[in-house]
Write a protein that binds this ligand. Structure first.
Ligand SMILES: [Zn+2]
Length: 340
């Protein structure tokens, strides 16, 4: 029994996992174990010796079972400890920041302008970029031989189809299909054969139209002053007489230069003002072309998104918008996150 105890003591020391411990247990106190074998030997002993022998075996059995229980707890503790060490989180490491894309400054400007007009009750409408000559020119009071066509160099697809030179044909499309009143803005891409530091062959405009009964020029002024001051802040706004074939009377709108606050600088050519949009009362010929009754009138306006974005964010080259330089675009991620 003593040698069995010694054998057990030396074996249990070297056990490191639950599986080996289980095997060890079964080889000593299992059905075919060494201790169980002793019990079988008891049968041949006299009664007096039997009692003494049985007590000693039970003692040894109890000792082995206790040791195995202790070892089992030790292994549990060790496994837990090792897991804690291996799965340790180093909280001193810098966090991995999720990278969010940046909203393109053109998209951001369009969304800002749409939001302002939607807050004033305007809808948002979208028209196609490939357009009929009829909608782009003729129905907007710019007939085939009209000198105003010289103002815009056009990409023609064929004699009757072109890449729209402005967002104004959306006015025709909406009015043709919608009885008055109508009230919407329409952003989108437009195309002209033009390319230099302030012009790109593709650029963005946003168009606005409001048609109802008894619309006055003062309504036009009120809406545009409100819009410009919501977009640029508290700037002076002035209207100058101008000419567009599809509006009469027509005006160009200037804001006080936001670079020099009206003092005069290179950006405003030392005038203190910047031209930002064109507008006017919709020409009666246009309303007749979409078969609106004579009791309806209204105003329209159009502006260049790139120009608004350049003025608002101090960008001096229009090409930056289209080169997709990530260093430029990333500068708008924070601002985008803040307002969207
Ligand atoms: Zn200026």
């Amino acid at each position: 029994m003593n040698s069995i105890k010694k054998e057990f003591d030396s074996l249990v020391k070297s056990v490191e996992d639950k599986e080996s411990l289980k095997q060890l247990k079964s080889s000593f106190v299992g059905k075919k174990g060494k201790i169980t074998h002793f019990f079988k030997q008891m049968n041949g002993l006299p009664d007096v010796s039997k009692r003494e022998f049985g007590r000693k075996i039970n003692e040894l059995k109890g000792y082995i079972e206790d040791e195995i229980r202790k070892k089992s707890q030790e292994i549990d503790k060790f496994v837990k400890q090792r897991a804690l060490e291996q799965e340790l989180i180093d909280i001193s490491l810098p966090a991995r920041i999720n990278k969010f894309g940046a909203v393109h400054p053109i998209t951001k400007t369009i969304i800002e302008i749409e939001n302002i007009f939607q807050s004033l009750g305007f809808n948002v409408e979208i028209g196609p970029e490939i357009e009929y000559d009829k909608y782009n020119f003729e129905m907007l009071n710019i007939p085939k031989e009209h000198p105003a066509r010289d103002m815009q160099d056009t990409f023609y697809v064929n004699d009757n189809v072109l890449l729209r030179t402005h967002t104004s044909p959306t006015q025709i499309r909406i009015m043709k299909d919608t009885p008055p009143p109508v009230m919407f803005v329409s952003p989108g891409k437009v195309y002209r054969r033009d390319s230099d530091i302030t012009h790109s062959p593709m650029f963005h405009q946003i168009e606005g139209l409001l048609i109802d009964k008894n619309i006055r020029f003062s309504d036009l002024k009120g809406v545009l002053i409100q819009f410009l001051q919501m977009f640029f802040g508290d700037v002076p706004v002035r209207f100058r007489p101008s000419y567009f074939p599809f509006t009469e009377p027509s005006a160009e709108v200037d804001i006080g230069c936001i670079m020099c606050k009206g003092k005069g600088c290179r950006v405003c050519s030392h005038t203190g003002f910047l031209e930002v949009l064109g507008c006017g009362m919709v020409h009666p010929n246009v309303l007749a072309n979409v078969e609106y009754g004579k009791e309806y009138n209204g105003f329209a306006f159009g502006l260049g998104i790139e120009r608004f974005a350049m003025l608002k964010y101090g960008i001096d080259n229009i090409k930056l918008f289209f080169e997709n330089d990530i260093r430029f675009l990333n500068q708008f991620s924070y601002m985008a996150g803040k307002t969207l």
